[in-house]
Design a protein around this ligand. Structure first.
Ligand code: CA2
Length: 150
């Protein structure tokens, strides 16, 4: 039996995680987060497609691809959260569960980080749990997929 696939999409600058601002984002790299996500997905009977891009169009194309290939999307849109109506529009066209994820608690930070456009279409939002948020998002995605099938 083929496992449901979850797309885990990461936006701009997250490739540099672990290199700067450890007081906000921690010292874990995105590769380490990917490895932890793979291990967690395996225990939950899910397959993952883990991607990072610094380009808005590439992120949108991954969302389009997910419409055919994924049972759910976990997305850390990073800076595009606050600017991209195009990303919001693409996510609106994805019918399955969508979890918006931020490593930091965006609401505790400066005003420019308080209004995510992506939240307007997200099934759920996770913020402030650090890199563990990815593993928690995978657990939550398993629950949402099971609920949608019940
Ligand atoms: O907390 C998050 O996950 C964010 O989505 C990260 C974004 C920021 O614009 C959001 O407000 C919250 C920024 C990612 C910056 O990535 C860095 C990588 C290395 C060092 C510092 C930041």
């Amino acid at each position: 039996m083929t496992l449901p696939v979850i797309f885990i999409l990461n936006g701009p600058n997250l490739n540099l995680l672990g290199e700067r601002e450890p007081h906000i984002y921690g010292s874990v790299t995105l590769s380490e987060i990917e490895a932890r996500s793979r291990a967690r997905a395996e225990t939950r009977g899910l397959a993952i497609e883990f991607r990072q891009t610094n380009y808005e169009g590439a992120l949108i194309e991954s969302v389009h691809e997910a419409r055919k290939a994924a049972a759910g999307i976990v997305i850390n849109p990073a800076g595009f959260s606050f600017t991209s109506i195009a990303l919001l529009d693409a996510l609106k066209m994805f019918d399955g569960p969508k979890i918006e994820l931020h490593i930091s608690n965006i609401h505790k930070r400066e005003e420019i980080y308080h209004h995510s456009l992506v939240s307007k279409t997200a099934t759920a939002v996770i913020a402030g749990l650090g890199p563990s948020g990815y593993e928690i998002a995978i657990d939550a995605m398993r629950m949402l997929i099971d609920e949608s099938r019940a």
